[in-house]
Design a protein around this ligand. Structure first.
Ligand SMILES: [Zn+2]
Ligand SMILES: [Zn+2]
Length: 304
């Protein structure tokens, strides 16, 4: 093998014993949990059991992806009273992260509305994320700010490093499927050893797709080379839902063995063979540029 990275997966579903045991049997070693807001109570109630099952199966619960989007979990809420509520809500999830034994929580910087005031929202996100990190540091947990779509906060190295400058324990979660505002290699070079987590999935260059590496346009051999060059030491963690096929691709259901084989190809420095075939009409109906323009309150008119 050219690269010695371990294999991880983000589970977008509740981690039952059956699922965790199946992951371990397929050679998966690291798990990220990504609860939806409405499932948080179940995770709090089941945290000790999840941890015990994972330990028994030889799995490491590495990261917890905090809920994101509008409302309570939007780090760039413009209203100061919303901001306090957001900070309270985010901090209340740290005991869950601690009970699961994860070393990292993954956060989204949020979506600025309107886009014309990005700098203001970027500063708000920075302040809120630093506040979360101050409390997370007491648990020995790093907050990882995810690289996001260009409409969101954290779209390039410059925004990520600006947020990271607020606290030395802050880290980056690198997600190349988010059509960053700059090349993946430029971003990795700039952020360097503060990349502490990755989300691996592929896209078509039009929008985020969360396909398997090899099914889209990302140059995976270059990504692997760059990660190795900057000394990234975590697992290659897939953010491809094993239980749900996106509408944008024609593909049989995935098995956990697919992840192992894909990971092996990446570690050999190869571009993995695609499993599914993108559905062009579906992809054209969901285009990032359109969503981006909407955020500006503009109408997107694609070139013919
Ligand atoms: Zn995310
Ligand atoms: Zn991601």
């Amino acid at each position: 093998m050219k690269y010695g990275y371990s294999l991880g997966i983000s589970l977008g579903v509740y981690p039952t014993e059956e699922i965790l045991v199946a992951c371990a049997a397929a050679g998966i070693q690291y798990i990220e949990l990504s609860p939806r807001t409405e499932a948080l109570d179940r995770y709090f109630a089941g945290a000790a059991e999840i941890k015990k099952t994972a330990d028994g199966a030889g799995l490491v619960l590495r990261s917890l992806h905090l809920p994101f989007g509008e409302g309570l979990y939007n780090f760039c809420a413009p209203d100061p009273s919303d901001r306090e509520e957001t900070q309270r809500a985010q901090k209340a999830l740290l005991p869950l992260a601690a009970a699961l034994g994860v070393g990292y929580v993954i956060v989204h910087g949020g979506i600025p509305y309107p886009q014309t005031e990005r700098e203001k929202y970027l500063a708000i996100a920075r302040e809120n994320i630093a506040e979360l990190q101050r409390e997370a540091s007491a648990y020995g947990i790093h907050v990882c700010v995810e690289s996001l779509l260009p409409s969101c906060i954290g779209r390039n190295a410059s925004e990520l490093l600006y947020i990271l400058s607020a606290h030395p324990d802050l880290r980056v979660c690198f997600d190349p499927n988010h059509l960053l505002d700059e090349s993946v290699t430029a971003l990795l070079s700039a952020v360097g050893d503060r990349v502490a987590a990755v989300h691996f999935s592929d896209c078509d260059g039009l929008d985020e797709r969360h396909w398997m590496p090899g099914e889209g346009v990302i140059d995976w051999p270059s990504v692997m080379e760059k990660l190795s060059e900057i000394g990234y030491g975590g697992p290659i963690l897939y953010e491809v839902n094993p239980f749900l096929t996106p509408k944008s691709i024609d593909r049989r259901p995935l098995t956990f063995d697919d992840y192992r084989e894909n990971h092996a190809a990446l570690c050999r420095g190869e571009r993995p063979a695609p499993i599914g075939t993108p559905i062009e009409a579906e992809c054209r109906s969901c285009v990032f540029a359109e969503r981006y323009f909407k955020n500006f309150g503009l109408k997107y008119e694609p070139k013919a």
